[in-house]
Ligand binder design. Structure first.
Ligand SMILES: NC(=O)c1ccc[n+]([C@@H]2O[C@H](COP(=O)([O-])OP(=O)(O)OC[C@H]3O[C@@H](n4cnc5c(N)ncnc54)[C@H](OP(=O)(O)O)[C@@H]3O)[C@@H](O)[C@H]2O)c1
Length: 195
């Protein structure tokens, strides 16, 4: 049966790749980001390249604003009858790690898992390369990102996205709840095999 999944930060990078993976897994997706143009491009890609129609809803807005959160939830519930899972991709990594731990304790009916995606080839890395030093990033961290880029060892967004999509549609088990895993943990090796 199709799952109904919310993806935050869905217009670019890891969130976009996860949205596409979810649609390939036959899910219905409610996607949110601030740029309406990027969301429009995503929708066009989904319809024209994937050939998928009627399974992607987009909401333009800042997910840190409560009315936007309410609109995303409302849209998902009205359109698909409920929410089966959330890819909380837009946000602070440290805050999300804490959140998934709290959810695991306080909401035992929900399985909450954090996936560490590695250093991924997205606009975020472009921004770090261009502005990392100006933003007073530690020199060693900055150099690490530069080395990853120059040695062509950045992770492709499709890889962590395959894992996250498979987990949110039912692959995550109760024992995983509250835990963080690297996307390339051996237990996910079968998910990283290319189709
Ligand atoms: N790339 C990496 O190496 C890496 C490594 C570890 C963790 N991460 C984490 O993974 C997540 C995604 O990273 P990424 O590399 O895919 O970033 P990205 O390419 O910069 O994409 C970020 C996405 O989030 C959206 N977004 C940002 N703030 C938002 C907000 N307040 N409300 C709604 N949408 C918002 C952006 O669209 P709009 O600007 O249009 O809103 C875009 O779709 C981030 O939380 C990042 O910290 C990334």
């Amino acid at each position: 049966m199709s799952k109904s999944i919310i993806v935050t930060g869905a217009s670019r990078g890891i969130g976009r790749a996860t949205t596409l993976q979810l649609l390939k897994l036959n899910s219905n997706v409610t996607a949110v980001a601030r740029s309406s143009e990027d969301l429009k491009n995503l929708k066009t890609h989904v319809e024209n390249v994937l050939g998928v129609k009627g399974r992607l809803e987009t909401v333009t807005g800042d997910i840190t604003e409560e009315p936007v959160v309410e609109e995303v939830v409302k849209r998902c519930v009205e359109r698909w009858g409920g929410i089966d899972g959330i890819i909380a991709n837009a946000g602070s990594k440290a805050a999300l790690h804490m959140l998934i731990k709290c959810i695991a304790v306080e909401e035992p009916d929900i399985i909450s898992v954090s996936i560490l995606p590695g250093v991924v080839d997205t606009d975020m890395q472009v921004n770090i390369r261009e502005n990392g030093l100006k933003a007073e990033m530690k020199q060693t961290d900055y150099q690490n990102y530069i080395n990853r880029y120059e040695s062509k060892t950045l992770v492709h967004p499709d890889d962590p996205s395959r894992v996250m999509a498979a987990l949110v549609v039912g692959g995550a088990t109760r024992e995983m709840s509250g835990e963080s895993f690297r996307f390339n943990d051996p237990k996910f090796a079968h998910l990283l095999k290319k189709e």
